[in-house]
Design a binder for this molecule. Structure first.
Ligand code: NDP
Length: 450
């Protein structure tokens, strides 16, 4: 029955493979859930959840520093508002298209449900590449993007945040333009600067959260991060704060990457070396290869397009934190991880592992935290930023971090309990999908056919 539904989804939008992938994984988990809940089938909850409530697609024209005009395509997917206003990030990357954003929005709905904060799911972005652009070009682009988006969002309607290519600089420009057009200050975006309504710990939250989730998984085996060798991919927001938290909890991070290649530093990327990476990536906007120029003991390996695996995932380690992008771990990488001793994978990125890779993790019974559970700390802390904005207050670093930590403990507990309730304890994919889905489904049932 679900197979038939899946085929219909594929036929309807054949050019959206990432969306099909995200839906398929959830549908597989839902077989057992729907057996116990025939009322969800009758109410066509799944059919409704895979169809966005609204899709906005718009032109984004902007002028570069040489006076040349460019035209990009902007999107906002308002996927599901059953449990709260649409919430989810904006991605600026040349690969952005409707299928990628629909996969992200669909995952976001279930993820947000797990946070226990009332937030629906959305996602948006643009096929604009901020790499190599001047600050002024990025500003003009953001202003043009917001000149259309502002009509569709609002603090009680749809609250975007950052994602790949959208960090503090972009959120600032977007917020400034929204405020100008609306003539109102409101918490319409999260990930704002601390000076204008941002929350302490929001920049850290996704990375910290993925490490906290891993900590809970380790606890189920009576273990901690002490002296664990960790491999991290990416070198952006999520990767940086994943590294920081692992260091604080006694582990050692030996890799980071970007789209050009990866570095391996056997001595560990400690606080001083991480500060170098943060300056390199967030201020100078350079490439990770420069790490090996600065620290000659480290080895830089450029991406080799001929290889059918990523050598980063073939590094001897205990724990892995994919923190770059979707499908960055293929089946061969997943097997390499296991062969090289990795027994914990906590996903900072969204859907970084292909389905065959996920199956390899599950069959080998490693501690595997899928993105929609493990990286939910980012959006959860965005929810905390919204709460502070609407109460016109600011919480301390310690308060926000403690709330984030509790939320991650809670998400882990929910996913573990649901995996047990549906007959496969420790399968966090099943647990996260089942727990997130049931919450949204119950809200949709209560609200009628809308
Ligand atoms: P950033 O833009 O800060 O960093 C992204 C990093 O991943 C960069 O190092 C980038 O390298 C690398 N990367 C991006 N695309 C590719 C690609 N196609 N191939 C290889 N490397 C790539 O983004 P974030 O750290 O915010 O996001 C990372 C992941 O975490 C994404 O999957 C995102 O959806 C997810 N996430 C982020 C949250 C957040 O709060 N920011 C919340 C939850 C999930 P390069 O600079 O060379 O492109």
């Amino acid at each position: 029955m679900l197979e038939e539904l899946y085929q219909k989804i594929v036929e309807k939008d054949p050019a959206q493979p990432e969306f099909h992938q995200a839906v398929q994984e959830v549908l597989e988990s839902l077989e057992v859930v729907l057996e116990k809940h025939p009322e969800y089938r009758k109410a066509k909850i799944v059919e409704r959840m895979v169809e966005p409530e609204r899709v906005i697609l718009f032109r984004v024209p902007w002028v570069d520093d040489n006076g040349e005009i460019h035209v990009n395509r902007g999107f906002r997917i308002e996927m599901n508002s059953a449990i709260g206003p649409y919430k989810g990030g904006l991605r600026f990357h040349p690969s952005v298209n409707l299928g990628i954003l629909k996969f992200l929005a669909f995952e976001q709905v279930l993820k947000n449900a797990l946070t226990t904060i009332p937030m629906g799911g959305g996602k948006g972005g643009c096929d604009f590449d901020p790499k190599g652009k001047s600050d002024l070009e990025v500003m003009r682009f953001c202003q043009s993007f917001m000149s259309e988006l502002f009509r569709h969002i609002g603090p009680n309607t749809d609250i975007p945040a950052g994602d790949i290519g959208v960090g503090g600089r972009e959120i600032g420009f977007l917020f400034g333009q929204y405020k100008k057009l609306r003539n109102e200050w409101s918490g319409v975006l999260t990930g704002k600067g601390l000076e204008y309504g941002g929350s302490l710990i929001r920049p850290e939250a996704t990375g910290y959260g993925a490490v906290y989730f891993g900590k809970e998984m380790l606890k189920t085996r009576g273990e901690s991060y002490q002296d664990k060798i960790c491999i991290v991919s990416g070198s952006g927001n999520v990767a940086q704060y994943t590294t920081e938290k692992i260091n604080q909890l006694g582990g050692k991070v030996v890799t980071l990457s970007d789209s050009g290649g990866y570095i391996y530093d056997e001595e560990g990327i400690d606080a001083e070396r991480l500060a170098f990476v943060m300056n390199l990536k967030n201020v100078r906007r350079g490439r990770i290869s420069e790490y090996a120029d600065k620290y000659p003991n480290a080895v830089y390996t450029p991406v080799d397009p001929e290889l059918d695996y990523n050598p980063l995932w073939n590094t001897k380690a205990d724990c892995a934190f994919p923190s770059a992008t979707q499908n960055e771990i293929n089946a061969k990488d997943a097997q390499n991880l296991i062969d090289r001793g990795v027994y914990l994978v906590s996903e900072g990125a969204n859907m970084p592992t292909v389905p065959d890779g996920v199956n390899i993790f599950i069959e080998n019974k490693i501690l595997y935290g899928p993105g929609k559970a493990a990286n939910a700390g980012g959006v959860a802390t965005s929810g905390l930023e919204m709460a502070q904005n609407s109460a016109f207050t600011i919480w301390t670093r310690e308060e926000v971090d403690a709330k984030l930590h509790n939320i991650m403990i809670n998400i882990h507990a929910q996913a573990l309990a649901a995996s047990e309730a549906y007959g496969d304890k420790g399968n966090y994919v099943l647990g996260a999908n089942a727990a997130g889905f049931c919450k949204v489904a119950d809200a949709m049932m209560a609200q009628g056919v809308v």
